[in-house]
Write a protein that binds this ligand. Structure first.
Ligand SMILES: [Zn+2]
Length: 100
């Protein structure tokens, strides 16, 4: 029998620890998922580290072009121009002055 194993920790994937993983993270608009790639524990652990960091770093991109997520909305964030002006960037791509 050819058992599939988690690509990260090599544990055997079964009905109880198999999970759906976004191919492109949800945070940047990914919809398609795959199964039989990583286990539940790795998905949860790396979702809280890798995916969260990727979402944090690409949040301005998601806000700027209005990417919608399968779950939740990208949080507004403060951006600063090279002149030092600060603005709130909202999830519709709009900018509003931010209180300093
Ligand atoms: Zn794993």
């Amino acid at each position: 029998m050819n058992s599939r194993k988690c690509a990260l920790c090599a544990s055997v994937l079964s009905g109880t620890n198999r999970t759906k993983e976004h191919i492109i993270p949800n945070a940047i608009g990914g919809r398609k998922k795959t199964t039989g790639f990583i286990c539940n524990d790795c998905n949860r652990m790396f979702g809280e580290s890798w995916d969260a960091e990727l979402a944090r770093q690409l949040n301005w991109f998601s806000l700027s072009i209005g990417i919608s997520r399968e779950r939740g909305e990208p949080p507004k964030q403060i951006v600063q121009t090279i002149e030092g002006d600060r603005y709130w960037l909202h999830n519709d791509g709009s900018y509003l002055s931010s209180p300093v």
